[in-house]
Design a binder for this molecule. Structure first.
Ligand code: SAH
Length: 445
């Protein structure tokens, strides 16, 4: 989501005549878009901002801005740590950045002393509708599209409701316009973004029509996007397990462009902890969702988020998480050590878990994930996978693309194949990647 927000700001700036530079040493303005989900993310951003601020000693005209969640979370208090920051802009004000930069530059051009920091972390109705511009490379094949901002779930560990505000969805027609334009520019795969995408539209005006035909607004959106010519694949992140009702499960059987790849944040496999986290499902209902999705698409890929070391997590709780993690056989997972976020209910809960225990549990899950991931990749050797070709890989030796299950594949190709769906015969697998040869007879014209 931060990448997407940054891209939208970059596109707005570019439209105003600003230019993106390749390397940070060359920039006159640096905007750091920040994350607050864990303390480590904030510490990294503060470190980077401090390092960049030192540049002002040599170049007083240099402008440094902090955007996003940490700006929202800390506001003016950031100046105690970073007195030289020029701009602090919260999560509902990204679209104001170009205007603020113009003001800062005009003041400098007029010879006014480099002065007060501009701080804007207010709420703004409709701000979810401003994340819509893109900076596309000429041959860009995949894109993120923000459909919603904020979250009202109040998970007890999570700072997102504070940093991102209330759940607000964009109008479906606006999303359609954006996605059609992306498809016309050659984008073949779109990933819908939001903090809780499965609740898309549930708080919008006109909700009385929202359940037309028994489908939730989110499923209606998927159905409409599915009609766009040129788009070959649809993905979304992050959903909430409670959003996987019958209509969404059924959509996987009905909408072939919807990739059989689901991110299903678990957080914990212990019912006791799920309650303490205010996650409204149980291990049993979670497993029922997994089963229903596997029935709809037997080759479904699953990824998840897990927190280890939530306050009060015992060995027995963790054993439940481990057991469930093994049972679902995740293909990918983000495993987090619980991080105290001040102002959230879990921050002051008794039974905070020592770091060493968090680290140990983290390692155990990581090892299991590696095993599962390798096993899944190995099982693909000898098969033919549909790959959407994105471009040269990082080393520039081969081309890369991803399967419908979001596995990265490296193979010999030519530029002509960028943007095409190509059947690739998988010949080799590691934990993180697949290697193969295109079966060129089956390439899209
Ligand atoms: N809204 C999304 C998740 C956004 S944050 C959802 O609910 O699925 C991504 C992940 O960060 C969360 O799923 C959770 O696993 C992790 N996370 C959130 N708060 C955390 C905290 N205080 N400590 C550690 N991990 C956390």
């Amino acid at each position: 989501m931060n990448e997407r927000d940054s891209e939208a700001v970059a596109a707005m700036l570019r439209a105003r005549g600003y230019r993106l530079v390749q390397h940070e040493d060359d920039c006159d303005i640096m905007l750091l878009n920040t994350c607050s989900i864990r303390d480590l993310a904030e510490q990294k951003a503060i470190g980077k901002a401090g390092y960049m601020a030192a540049r002002k000693k040599r170049r007083p005209q240099f402008i440094l801005g902090i955007l996003g969640c940490m700006a929202q979370n800390r506001g003016a208090a950031l100046l105690d740590l970073l007195p030289d920051v020029d701009l602090i802009v919260g999560t509902q004000k990204f679209h104001q950045v170009p205007g603020y930069l113009d003001n800062l530059r005009a003041a400098r051009a007029a010879g006014m002393p480099v002065g007060d920091t501009i701080i804007d972390i207010a709420e703004e109705a409709g701000s979810q509708n401003t994340i819509r511009d893109h900076v596309l490379d000429e041959r860009q094949v995949t894109a993120f599209v923000s459909i919603q901002q904020g979250c009202n779930m109040d998970c007890t560990f999570c700072i997102v409701p504070k940093t991102r505000g209330d759940e607000r969805s964009r109008p479906m027609d606006d999303i359609m316009v954006e996605c059609r334009a992306l498809a016309e520019r050659g984008v073949r795969e779109i990933t819908l973004l939001g903090q809780i995408v499965t609740s898309y539209g549930r708080r919008s005006a006109g909700r009385q029509n929202a359940h037309a035909g028994g489908a939730t607004p989110f499923v209606q959106l998927l159905e409409r996007l599915h009609e766009i010519d040129g788009l070959a694949r649809l993905r979304f992140t992050s959903p909430h397990p409670r959003g996987f009702k019958q209509d969404l499960v059924a959509a996987y059987g009905r909408l072939p462009k919807l990739c059989e790849c689901v991110h299903l944040p678990l957080q914990s496999g212990s019912d006791r902890l799920l309650r303490a986290m205010n996650r409204p499902y149980t291990r049993e209902s979670y497993l029922q969702i997994v089963d229903a999705l596997r029935r709809a698409r037997p080759d479904m890929y699953f990824s998840t988020d897990v927190i280890v070391g939530f306050p009060g997590e015992t060995e027995a709780d963790f054993a439940q998480t481990l057991e469930l993690f093994e049972a679902v056989n995740y293909d990918m997972a983000y495993i987090f050590k619980y991080s105290i976020r001040s102002g959230t209910p879990a921050a002051t809960m008794p039974g905070q878990v020592p770091d060493a225990v968090k680290e140990e549990r983290n390692q155990i899950l990581l090892r299991l994930l590696e095993k599962n991931s390798r096993r899944r990749n190995q099982s693909l050797v000898g098969t033919v996978q549909e790959v959407l070709v994105e471009g040269p890989d990082k080393k520039g030796l081969r081309y890369m693309g991803r399967t419908r299950g979001n596995r990265t594949v490296h193979f010999e190709a030519t530029e002509r194949l960028i943007g095409k769906l190509v059947p690739v015969h998988i010949t080799r697998a590691t934990t993180s990647a697949l290697y193969g040869e295109p079966a060129l007879a089956g390439v899209e014209p």
